[in-house]
Design a protein. Structure first.
Length: 161
């Protein structure tokens, strides 16, 4: 009986567990707006869509960590300027960071799945691409949902004997 349940989980379709209320961004949105949406919605990745609702990228907290590395380099160089210049440059840096566009930091290579994809295949795609989120698209490539590693883990936890 236990193996039948496990097999059924692997064969379940993404459409049964995906989040349908997807919060997404436009590539022209700012990092400030993206951070606000991530905080309000308690998500760590936001699909980026064009005006036809096609998924053109994804912005994740990993992308934002990469951004902070760039900022770290800029801050390192501040040690070599006088205090007045340092304050001015820090203010400028803080202001410009938030106004950078999502397009500057999003991952443009996005692995997507369709709603009929099995949990087993989606999990393999996540592992192969080293990602924690897969946007779910329909036959016309329109964004219809998102699946995360946490969604998949929750399925396994619920099915545990």
């Amino acid at each position: 009986m236990g193996q039948t349940v496990a097999k059924n989980i692997y064969q379940r379709r993404i459409k049964d567990i995906m989040s349908r209320d997807v919060v997404s961004l436009d590539a022209a949105d700012t990092i400030h707006e993206a951070l606000g949406l991530m905080g309000e919605n308690r998500v760590s990745a936001l699909p980026v869509v064009d005006h036809h609702n096609h998924c053109v990228g994804i912005l994740s907290t990993s992308d934002l960590v990469d951004m902070t590395r760039d900022v770290d380099d800029d801050i390192y160089h501040l040690d070599f300027v006088d205090p007045t210049s340092r304050r001015f440059l820090l203010d400028k840096l803080a202001h410009s960071m938030g106004s950078e566009t999502v397009q500057s930091y999003m991952s443009e290579t996005v692995t997507t799945v369709d709603a009929e994809t099995t949990i087993a295949k989606a999990t393999r795609e996540m592992l192969r691409n080293r990602v924690h989120h897969l946007p779910v698209v329909d036959a016309s490539d329109h964004l219809i949902g998102i699946i995360s590693t946490m969604d998949i883990l929750a399925e396994f936890a619920d099915a545990a004997p």
